[in-house]
Ligand binder design. Sequence first.
Ligand code: FHN
Length: 423
Amino acid sequence: ALLFANPSISQDYQPSPENLKNREWYQDAKFGLFIHWGVYSVLGVHEWVMETQGIDVATYEKLPAFFNPTEFDAEAWVLMAKNAGMKYITITTKHHDGFAMFNSKLSDWDIMDRTVYKKDVIKQMAEACRKHDMKLFLYYSQLDWHHNDYYPRGDTGKKSGRPDKGNWEDYLDYMNGQLTELLTNYGEIGGIWFDGWWDKKEADWQLRKTYDLIHELQPQAMIGSNHHQTPNPGEDFQMFERDLPGQNKGGYSGEATVGKLPLETAETMAHQWGFSLQDKSYKSTKELIQYLVKAAGHNGNFLLNVGPMPNGKIQPEFIATLKEIGDWTSTYGESIYETRGGQIAPQSWGVSTQKDDKIYIHIMDWKTDNFFFPTVEGKITSVVDFQSKKKLKHNTNSYGTLVELPKNRDYDQADFVLVVQLK
Ligand code: FHN
């Protein structure tokens, strides 16, 4: 049965003070680790394998028996993220295959009932995150290829076979019940990251009921939904998959205009989200640093994904890259954390971030020593090379400022940062 519903809450959503505080924290945090982990990792064919290979429910149900991540160490993951400069972790509690990676009393399609491992992954993550001051966000797939009442069929799940009848209200009760478990059994969480709404756009999702339930249980919890559309009332952040806010290059049907909510862009370290043996299209450290910088320049966060292996380890390639990113964030963090998108709008050469009376200019593509940036509001008192801390010669006219960059700088470095001090 549905555990909570407050019909008195109107469509106008007023975020609570705790929620607004969390939003500020979130915008300061800038960088998070996304984790796609489920029983699909056993096959090493990414998280859509059930659908892409047309595996029916009964056959897919054989899979959890092989999931035994004896080398999983939640603290090691949290510390890896922390050392990379990440401030929060968003982990899949249930992906489209419907399998709960947590102890769900509402279904036996969960890690406790179907695996020999029999340990609650989300609980371990929640504890490790608490210990190391890392915020935890929970990904939850509204789309469910396993549940009998996920009906009428959505746009996906057809190849794996979907039931011909079912009770949609029962599915919503189940979903709200699982969300209640997630919001009551794991301490304070950062927020809920929804995905899969897009599978059944016409369905009556009763989103507001679900959103109000979440905010009643944990007022600070931020809700975001990967629906590629303008945010709905009750949502607290707006996310963009494989896309910088507003660019709409991710290839999704919805046109998402950038609203006023905190922003996040999600990308993955290779091409797939879940562990894939075949996918070797690893992004370089430089590319990922530049993604972080660009996201910050677009006033958003960067949520960078890994798909852990079935044994509980993260691929060494990813660990190595995250370590290098950590070297960069530990030096350049000041120009990213606690900033907002700067007053110089994103340019072909890079972006700007800003904090108080400092503008950080991030030059990512500029091959000469004379650099020009457009007029800014405020009087410029100095322009400093972030790395060497040296003041640079500059000249401001009515169009902007010309800066003499150091000769023989490394044109290939991920980001050359200038600090423009305003009076
Ligand atoms: O279908 C999912 C996909 O598996 C993955 O979870 C990504 C992450 O942003 N979101 C969906 C596609 O939009």
